[in-house]
Write a protein that binds this ligand. Structure first.
Ligand code: HEM
Length: 542
């Protein structure tokens, strides 16, 4: 009591500026002691990493905001080795074995806290936000009919229609031009992005955004990019738990700037489209008609968990609708535009792939599975593009649970965030010789060219553009169909060349460190890899 009284008297005799100074000293002292602890006695103290990242999460927030996290991760692993401490409680492992351990079905992990902010505006967690493994498994079981073999068969017809529309629109000639002339320059990224959004909304809602054909909805990708940037860095803010209750409310419109407002705008758009799709389904049911459109939401609206019998709530459907549009559209757009970039950079590869596609089909209408899926060089080109440009290039956080876990021989205690940096892993030269080279042949066993089955198996073991394990991309097979449909339609119908003297979309000497390679397609990492270019011209051959 006496001590407390003495403190009270001491404080009341202080002037206000002295009080502020003492509080500031205490705060600084707290951070200094915390920093000293983090580099000395902390369980991760022995792991190397940049000093600032070892003592604070703020550098990570800035990397996410700046869109260069994948590049920083690459530089860190080059400097510090296979294990890097990139936050006070975070480790990045860049080995194939760690990737398989961390994402294994039996791994003692859950998704990291960062996921809690991802689709928060929707009012319920999306499947990607389900951080608990068993809850995630139930949700995954319920959503899976929408991605089954049968659903994919139904989906391919719709995807092919969108690929045809892409090819029709991108090859449009200006007035006065003749059939067989080259088009004006087109930004491949824009068109691939329009295609990505169109096919996924067509499949998702039964009402396509129609971006390939007209301009009305072409604002959506920009809003999604801005929203992704916001959700990326906000989730890593040291005070993110305090912000979460405010997210999704109208306060977000005013605090957090344009990208926060865009995040909300995007959610409202997705919710609106879902409401229309639900109304259509209701009308179909009322009229007693069987739907002929078996799109993703046909399955989601009619599915129930086979074990519990539970159906999706509207809020859960809203969250998944936001997620599916974002996850599906941009990954596919990136795979298409990066493939075209690398094909133009490697003319021999372009002509080999073009030959494969043109000799497989006699007419555009034939571009369908199973033949499309059997084109091994096309598959290898797509895989090689996603090796160099994985849609989610940086470490996706997983948190170690009670009891800890062993990763690459290291015991990692409970609460530590672990992950594998896909962009870095895909450039490991022991697994991918000459890693910066675009070489689809590395995916095809051919003893004569020196590619053995062991080489291909090693390349596969570290390959993870869709991640692996029970929380991997559920849309993987649909994504392959969409990317192959788009590329096959373009290369079947057109000759393609770069517009202008330089191939755009690659690195440049005047860009930041790590972005100078002209032969590397550049991405800005805001959860998804956003990009620009290449500028191309097309000439119809039909
Ligand atoms: C080339 C294209 C694509 C790539 C590279 C890609 C990549 C990924 C990755 C890496 C994840 C895991 C994310 C994480 O753990 O945080 C993921 C999750 C997911 N993706 Fe994709 N994706 C693509 C296309 C698609 C498509 C077309 C759809 C649907 C139409 C889709 C739907 C989803 C969903 C629903 C999840 C969450 C799965 C879960 O949590 O169980 N993706 N994707």
């Amino acid at each position: 009591m006496e001590v407390l009284n003495a403190i009270r008297i001491g404080i009341s005799s202080l002037r206000y500026y002295q009080l502020i100074a003492y509080v500031a000293i205490l705060v600084i002292l707290y951070y200094v002691i915390n920093a000293v602890y983090r580099v000395t006695l902390h369980p991760l103290a022995k792991y190397p990493g940049p000093f600032l990242q070892r003592i604070s999460d703020w550098p990570l927030v800035f990397h996410c905001y700046g869109g260069n996290r994948h590049i920083i991760e690459y530089q860190n692993h080059q400097k510090y080795g296979k294990i890097v401490r990139y936050g006070p409680n975070s480790l990045s492992f860049s080995t194939a074995t760690s990737m398989q351990t961390i994402h294994h079905a039996k791994a003692n992990i859950k998704k990291g806290e960062w996921y809690k902010t991802l689709d928060i505006s929707a009012g319920a967690p999306s499947i990607q936000m389900m951080i608990d493994k068993s809850e995630h498994a139930i949700r995954r079981r319920t959503i899976s009919p929408a991605f089954s073999e049968r659903a994919l068969r139904d989906a391919e017809g719709l995807i092919a229609i969108n690929a045809r529309k892409l090819a029709d629109a991108i090859g449009t000639l200006p007035n006065g031009a003749n059939q067989g002339d080259w088009t004006q320059p087109k930004n491949m990224n824009d068109w691939a992005t329009y295609f990505g959004f169109d096919f996924v909304s067509d499949l998702g809602y039964g009402r396509c955004f129609g971006m390939v054909e007209d301009r009305d909805n072409r604002w959506i990708p920009g809003v999604l990019k801005s929203a992704s940037r916001f959700l990326y860095y906000v989730g890593y803010l040291p005070f993110a738990p305090i912000l979460r209750p405010l997210m999704g409310t109208s306060i977000q419109d005013y605090v957090g700037g344009q990208s926060a407002a865009d995040s909300l705008k995007y959610t409202r758009l997705a919710n609106g489209r879902l409401a229309e799709r639900m109304e259509l389904e209701r009308q179909l049911k009322d009229s007693g008609k069987e739907t002929t459109r078996k799109d993703t939401f046909h399955y989601l609206l009619n599915t129930k968990d086979p074990v519990t019998g539970r159906r999706f709530t509207t809020e859960e459907l809203q969250a998944d609708s936001s997620l599916i549009i974002a996850a599906g559209s941009d990954g596919v757009g990136l795979a298409v535009s990066s493939t075209i970039f690398y094909l133009l950079r490697y003319p021999t590869t372009l002509s080999k792939l073009t030959d494969e596609i043109r000799s497989a089909f006699a007419d555009v209408s034939e571009i369908r599975h199973p033949k499309l899926g059997s084109l091994s060089y096309l598959t290898a080109c797509v895989d090689e593009s996603m090796r160099l440009c994985p849609a989610k290039p940086s470490t996706l956080p997983r948190e170690v649970l009670s009891g800890g876990m062993i990763i690459d021989g290291h015991h990692i205690p409970q609460g530590i965030s672990v992950g594998t940096p896909t962009y870095v892993l895909h450039r490991d030269e022991d697994i991918y010789p000459e890693p910066w080279e675009y070489r689809p042949e590395r995916w095809i066993v051919d003893e004569k060219s020196g590619v053995s089955s062991e080489n291909v198996a090693a390349a596969r073991s570290a390959y993870c553009p869709f991640l692996i394990g029970p929380m991997n991309c559920i849309g993987k097979n649909m994504a392959y169909i969409a990317v192959k449909q788009a590329l096959a339609h373009l290369l079947f119908r057109y000759d393609i060349r770069q517009a202008g003297a330089e191939l755009t979309g690659g690195g440049r000497p005047d860009l930041e460190k790590g972005r100078q390679r002209e032969d590397e397609y550049q991405m800005t990492d805001y959860i998804i890899g956003f990009r620009d270019g290449p500028m191309i011209e097309l000439r119809s051959r039909l």
